[in-house]
Write a protein that binds this ligand. Sequence first.
Ligand code: KIV
Length: 284
Amino acid sequence: MTERKKVTLRTLFKKVAENEPVTFLTCYDYPTAHFQEQAGVDMILVGDSLGMTMLGFDSTLPVTMDDMIRHSQAVRRGSPNAWLIGDMPYMSYQPSVESAIRNAGRFMAEAGCDAIKLEGGTEMASRMAGITAAGIPAMGHLGLTPQSVSALGGFRLQGKGAHQAKKIIDDAKALEQAGAFAILLELVPDRLCQLITERAEDCFIIGLGAGPHAHGQLLIYHDMFGLYPKFKPRMAKVFAEAGEIILNGLKQYVQEVTDHQFPQPENWFGMPDEEYDELITMLE
Ligand code: KIV
């Protein structure tokens, strides 16, 4: 097993300065975190998308702080060295700056996260400022923000028109000025992402379905391995059909048990004859 150095903000900004793309994936559990650590992923997001990918809800809205803390702790155990970001769930930061700081602090104190992420632009800049003033690194999230999916009219491209694009550019500046170390742009046109990336001064930009110009790329783990049965987003490349492999394994298991092919002697444990005979005597 390879050990690597802890990823820090310094490491990340150095990569950006040297034009090396930052790698970023979602993760929700210990074994997957272990693999991501071995693969050398720079940043891990324990996304509230776990409400959909792990818990089977149709949106991220039912996810609670306690859900997020539990999963973040598991991911931290599996990946001690990636830069770990806890995703602030619905209504954990929107009500007030105080709720935002308190809940961001839980990710740091209870789960060993390195940073948090929250959705929203100018209207959430006060939350971003409060959290960063409390000494907690924070990432912003613009474009398609799943917690506002109802207001945004569904899971669709954002910032296609000039006016909406200008608002996203202004929102990115507001988050940067509020202290965000990075901003995630989800499902926006490539040229909008490029404009925002070129204008970033004190933060770096991560794209998800936003083209090649960002400083780094995020993918949802379940999308990249064909593990989410409800839909396959166009923006996600499937790197391996792990879902198909698992399904084939499950079908084989059902068949082998049904056909008395499993278990085989190498899968069970015997008992010495004398112990067995004594047991039978005891039973008689
Ligand atoms: O929850 C999550 O995984 C996210 C991504 C969709 C960016 O916020």
